[in-house]
Design a binder for this molecule. Structure first.
Ligand code: ZN
Ligand code: MN
Length: 480
């Protein structure tokens, strides 16, 4: 029998590498583009040929500064670049230009919502700029590897959090919150499958042993290509650390730190090479790039790029439009959806129904301009057309015609049956046709009303408002 897990805390820190969406690379004029033929977007600088001189990309620095501003980081007064040395075939220079002791920004936080629905701030340790490396392409059939340097020199921002993420679910929330900000700022595609957002979580446990804390070794997990896999890998690691503790007891604290990969088919992590310590990289200042001092101009330019952020917008949507936190959250995940919602409301639609229609989605809704969508929502709200008929028939027609919606309703024969005497007549026929259902409703079985309503709806071809039918039926059934 497995013993119950000991009292423990989960500590997850996140290291994210994000490719910035710039026209050219970080230190040369080569274009940044995905999917070009191998080694066609290269020059002496990004190939690391001797004698070439790197020149920092101003746009990339502004994008990185705007991201740091959005996360509330302390921007450096003065920053510099450093060489981080290591040998790898996809790094022809033998070093990566990164930032060591004077990163672009420190501090700041990313706010997440926990499983319990509470807001929690995950503090950031640092945010710095560096360059991406090339790509090794391994061909299993021939046993040969090829190198593509198109990616070498692409601007990256590295964002390192404190180990304050306390569960796999929070790790997922952290990445989603980070991606939402990235998307609002439009600084990157932030797509994990395409590799323009890469993350390496590190995890360990603090196990409580009667007042003493036993720490399991910190394990970094690499090669995760989706938020879901980050969550799964963290679940697996927590289980594995608990199992290690069951086997080794308190000696688990003596194990070395390590690096592992994740096999998403077998849902398990596996050992990779040992993690290098910082001093192994022999950092030293990049002699070809002078330090940069950020004055008011830089800060203002970066600040001007920061729009209202998802958290603030969510809160405003709840209070200003009376939306539920859930709906506000769904609307604000993508900046385009939130912008569209506000445009539809500005065009005169009541907020709550506008949110419902937008969140219901669909190709027809996407094709309508904000003004047309507002027109549509208002007609449905006024009861001029039944909800179902509106979704099924009116929306596609509005998407292909510019005629006023009221005209289209008439053309399609969708006008609601509003004539009270007509409805009453249909309701009488329904009661006569379904005597058992009528008796049940009179006996207090509200469920039976459905059969009667269905009968009236069929008689009116679905063009009566359900509320009207319901009240007419209840009125008639009250009569002796
Ligand atoms: Zn280049
Ligand atoms: Mn890095």
């Amino acid at each position: 029998m497995t013993p119950t897990p000991p009292d423990h805390r989960v500590l997850i820190g996140m290291e994210v590498h994000l490719q910035l969406r710039t026209a050219s690379k970080m230190f040369c004029g080569c274009p940044v583009r995905f999917g070009a033929p191998p080694n066609t977007l290269v020059c002496p600088v990004c190939l690391g040929l001797p004698g070439s001189l790197p020149v920092p990309n101003r746009d990339a620095i502004v994008l990185a500064l705007s991201l740091a501003t959005a996360f509330g980081c302390d921007l450096a007064e003065r920053t510099k670049f450093d060489r981080k040395h290591y040998f790898y075939p996809d790094l022809t220079k033998g070093y990566q230009i990164s930032q060591y002791d004077l990163p672009l920004a420190k501090g700041g936080a990313i706010e997440i919502v926990t499983e319990g629905g509470e807001a929690k701030r995950i503090r950031l340790r640092r945010l710095h700029i560096e360059e991406d490396v090339g790509k090794s392409l391994h061909d299993d059939a021939s046993g040969l590897s090829r190198l593509d340097f198109n990616r070498a020199g692409t601007p990256l921002v590295e964002i390192v959090s404190e180990p304050e993420i306390a569960s796999p679910e929070e790790a997922r929330a952290y990445l989603n919150a980070l991606r939402a900000v990235v998307q609002y700022l439009d600084v990157s595609d932030g797509n994990m499958q395409e590799g323009n957002l890469r993350c390496e979580p590190n995890v360990n446990l603090h196990i409580d042993r009667g007042g003493r804390t036993i720490k399991t070794p910190i394990i970094e997990v690499k090669n995760l290509n989706s938020v879901r896999n980050v969550e799964r890998a963290m679940q697996q690691e927590i289980e594995r650390h608990l199992e290690l503790w069951r086997t080794l007891g308190d000696r688990v604290a003596d194990l070395p730190r390590g690096t592992r990969g994740f096999d998403d088919v077998r849902d398990t992590t596996f050992e990779l090479r040992e993690k290098e310590e910082a001093h192994d990289y022999r950092y030293f200042p990049e002699p070809d790039i002078p330090p940069i001092t950020f004055g008011a101009t830089w800060r203002a330019e970066a600040g001007a790029r920061v729009p209202e952020l998802p958290d603030a917008r969510r809160r405003r949507f709840s209070t200003a439009y009376g939306l539920t936190a859930y709906d506000a959250d769904l609307l604000c995940r993508e900046r385009a959806t939130a912008d569209r919602f506000e445009a539809v409301v500005a065009a005169g639609a009541p907020p709550k129904p506008a949110a419902n229609w937008l969140l219901a989605g669909g190709a027809d809704i996407a094709r309508l301009s904000p003004a047309r969508l507002a027109e549509f929502v208002n007609l449905v709200e006024q009861g001029r057309v039944a909800r179902q008929a509106a979704a099924r028939d009116l929306l596609p027609r509005m998407a292909e015609s510019d005629s006023p919606a009221a005209e289209l309703i008439a053309e399609l024969g969708l006008a609601q049956v509003e004539d009270a005497s007509l409805l009453r007549e249909a309701a009488r026929r329904a009661i006569a046709a379904e005597p058992q259902a009528a008796r049940d409703v009179r006996d207090g079985k509200q469920k039976a009303l459905g059969a009667l309503m269905g009968h009236v709806m069929r008689q009116t071809g679905g063009k009566a408002s359900p509320q009207a039918v319901r009240s007419v039926l209840l009125d008639l059934l009250k009569e002796p």
